[in-house]
Ligand binder design. Structure first.
Ligand code: SF4
Ligand code: SF4
Length: 233
């Protein structure tokens, strides 16, 4: 899932206080699961922002809350569209993709980001989310027993470990596991250590990664007639 966390109340107030009617818009998918921007979080934030605005002498600002299933899909924004004329700004609690989708959908409406989008990750333990994938566009987890060195090794080593690995910890910080220790241990458990030790991994094709942004995935089998020209916008 996309993991995000909330901006501070003063930062949010700074963005919205010049408006008179603001819709706080939650998203019911990733950011609900990571407890950053779902229905519950937006309701709590709505109360906190009303109090903060009152303390700044801006009690007249109307703050409403609403959550849609996914902000990154226009079919769900369609359901919201009839309500939007009631507001002069939206503060989105979706990820960065959701914020931009709203800005594109409502070209004359200011849209502000209520969250700081962090990474693609998982819930590691109660209250702790960790990054697992950098979206390199050329997944090599099959070579590394399902542990991503591009994301989880501080030096992104494809042929590790470096000389700083100590007691299973990374030299960059004792609070983080050495990804290469994890890869080694898992290969040992799977009985595939020989493959890891014998082969030198090929260089990464970085042309498919984030440096090639903005990237686009086109599925010919999903295109509607008239758009099967091999081009996209
Ligand atoms: S190899 Fe690439 S796609 Fe696979 S988990 Fe790592 S960053 Fe993500
Ligand atoms: S100690 Fe391990 S995780 Fe840290 S940089 Fe070296 S190989 Fe990568």
């Amino acid at each position: 899932m996309i993991v995000a966390n909330r901006k501070s109340i003063p930062e949010l107030v700074g963005m919205i206080e010049r408006h008179s009617r603001v819709l706080l818009l939650g998203c019911g998918t990733c950011v609900t699961v990571c407890l950053a921007g779902g229905e519950r979080e937006v309701a709590i934030l709505g109360s906190a922002l009303r109090i903060a605005l009152r303390l700044r002498g801006r009690a007249e600002v109307v703050i409403d809350e609403c959550t849609i299933e996914r902000q990154c899909e226009s079919a769900f924004i369609d359901l919201l569209a009839p309500r939007i004329a009631d507001y002069d700004a939206i503060c989105s609690f979706g990820c960065g993709a959701g914020v931009q989708m709203l800005a594109e959908y409502f070209p004359t409406m200011p849209v502000y980001p209520g969250l700081n989008t962090q990474f693609i990750g998982v819930l590691q333990s109660q209250g702790v989310w960790t990054e697992k994938c950098s979206g390199c566009g050329n997944c090599r987890l099959g070579e590394y027993a399902g542990i991503c060195p591009l994301t989880r090794c501080a030096k992104r080593l494809l042929n590790g470990p470096c000389g700083g690995s100590h007691d299973g910890r990374c030299e960059v910080g004792k609070d983080r596991d050495c990804a290469w220790q994890l890869i080694y241990d898992r290969c040992q458990a799977l009985g595939t250590l020989d493959r890891l030790m014998d082969a030198i991994a090929a260089p990464q094709d970085w042309s498919t990664g984030g440096d090639a942004s903005p990237r686009c995935v086109v599925r010919e089998d999903q295109l509607i007639e008239g758009r099967k020209s091999g081009t996209h916008d």
